[in-house]
Design a protein around this ligand. Structure first.
Ligand SMILES: NC(=O)c1ccc[n+]([C@@H]2O[C@H](COP(=O)([O-])OP(=O)(O)OC[C@H]3O[C@@H](n4cnc5c(N)ncnc54)[C@H](O)[C@@H]3O)[C@@H](O)[C@H]2O)c1
Ligand SMILES: [Zn+2]
Ligand SMILES: [Zn+2]
Length: 395
């Protein structure tokens, strides 16, 4: 997800916003920073001329969802429906939509809108627009709060919809809409995803494991740098990385000094970047995409002496997101996933905190969200009937 600047205290969405649009929607939302998600009724706008409506089928769980539901960055709007790795089937299109048609399989990622008139927008870099609108927990053009993909239905402007190819599985393809573009974009922009380049990937989680796949497919040599020696065989055998380095093994780190052209750092928590800078060649680039809630310490001397760069990257523009999906489709790149039902989401969040997932949870929204809804309705109906019968008996 686009990582926003930290601002002030948590905001609260006005209660009235939950039902202010004409189209009923149902999802799961966090109501406060306890991070617990509950079933939630809300509403979505009508399908506008430029809009695509979809039935949500799958939605990945990004660590950003966890940051947001816990208000780690101080910008969460509650109630908050997370989810920005959304795949679904188009059910309706506006009169000006040319890009997709009813029945197409499409994806919606981290962005719902932008100003479309600034330099970044002209250059198809919507995620860097100062008025960028996130898929959830953001304020849309009409002043209402955006809600994400842990929900049955979604509506998105066609510019923010990407086409899925027939050979792309919908469940394991979903995480590419955030994790995929988050690594594809800096690999391309910083010239690291190229034959002859040696790239390090730090943090073998949802974003990191996809980074290995894209970097390999783009022709780079890949080294995984991890705190967990247990991930070595997975990195080498399952993800086809070229080598593996345990970050707290000082001998291994020393032996690899000055070997990497660049590093993509996906770590979600505060950590020391000093040892990573040591792994870079002169003029090497450390690209931060992980978004810890507190600032990292920046050691200046290794930067000066090696003319090294520490840079950041925020998802990617919509044109590049489509390019990434096309590339992934051509090279059979998908995420390694564990598909879960909607009612497992709170357990999944607890497991994500403990890094207990290989490597991305994906919620089977299409088959499990409506069931829960129906089950809840059925339960309410049974309860009412039961009370009625009891009432009759006592007469
Ligand atoms: N820049 C962007 O546009 C963008 C996009 C997507 C996600 N993100 C951010 O990237 C981060 C990773 O997201 P994810 O979905 O891959 O999360 P994840 O939980 O799947 O993976 C995080 C990885 O970091 C490792 N890690 C955690 N704490 C660590 C520590 N102290 N030291 C070393 N390694 C540690 C974990 O073992 C895991 O491999 C999150 O902060 C997320 O918000 C940023
Ligand atoms: Zn994300
Ligand atoms: Zn703009």
């Amino acid at each position: 997800m686009g990582v926003p600047e930290k601002k002030g205290k948590m905001a609260k969405a006005p209660e009235a916003e939950e039902k202010e649009h004409p189209v009923k929607a149902f999802g799961w939302a966090a109501r406060d920073s306890s991070g617990y998600l509950f079933p939630f009724n809300f509403s979505r706008r009508e399908t506008g001329d430029e809009d695509v409506r979809l039935k949500v089928l799958y939605c990945g769980i990004c660590h950003t969802d966890l940051h947001f539901i816990k208000n780690d960055w101080g910008i969460s709007l509650y109630p908050l429906v997370p989810g920005h790795e959304i795949v679904g089937e188009v059910t309706q299109v506006g009169s000006k939509v040319k890009k997709v048609k009813v029945g197409d399989k499409v994806g919606v990622g981290c962005r719902a809108g932008a100003c479309h008139s600034c330099e970044n927008c002209y250059n198809d870099l919507e995620s860097y627009c100062s008025k960028t609108i996130r898929t959830y927990s953001s304020i849309y053009h009409d002043g209402t709060v955006t809600y994400g993909g842990y929900s049955d239905t979604m509506v998105a402007e066609q510019r923010y919809v990407v086409r899925f190819h027939d050979n792309m599985p919908l469940d394991s393809g979903a995480p590419l809409l955030c994790a995929g573009i988050t690594v594809y974009s800096p690999l391309k922009y910083f010239g690291l995803g190229e034959p002859g380049k040696h790239v390090g990937i730090v943090g073998l989680g949802g974003v990191g494991h996809v980074a290995v796949k894209f970097a390999k497919a783009l022709g780079a040599k890949v080294k995984v740098i991890s705190t967990s020696p247990s991930k070595k065989s997975e990195a080498l055998d399952r993800l086809a990385a070229d080598s593996f380095l345990v970050s707290h093994d000082l001998d291994q780190m020393q032996a690899n000094t000055g070997t990497l052209d660049g590093i993509i750092d996906t770590v979600s928590a505060v950590h020391s970047i000093s040892p990573l800078l040591g792994l870079l060649k002169s003029h090497g680039k450390l690209v931060l995409v992980g978004a810890p809630e507190k600032p990292l310490e920046l050691p200046v001397f290794p930067l000066i002496s090696g003319r090294k760069m520490v840079v950041g990257s925020c998802v990617g523009g919509m044109k590049e997101t489509q390019e990434m999906i096309d590339f992934a489709s051509e090279h059979n790149i998908t995420a390694d996933i564990e598909v879960i039902s909607m009612d497992y989401v709170n357990t999944a969040m607890q497991r994500l905190v403990k890094n207990d997932v290989r490597y991305r949870f994906v919620i089977d929204i299409g088959n499990t969200l409506s069931c829960i809804y129906n089950t809840l309705e059925d339960l309410l109906l049974c309860f009412s009937t039961f009370r009625l019968l009891r009432y009759c008996n006592t007469l």
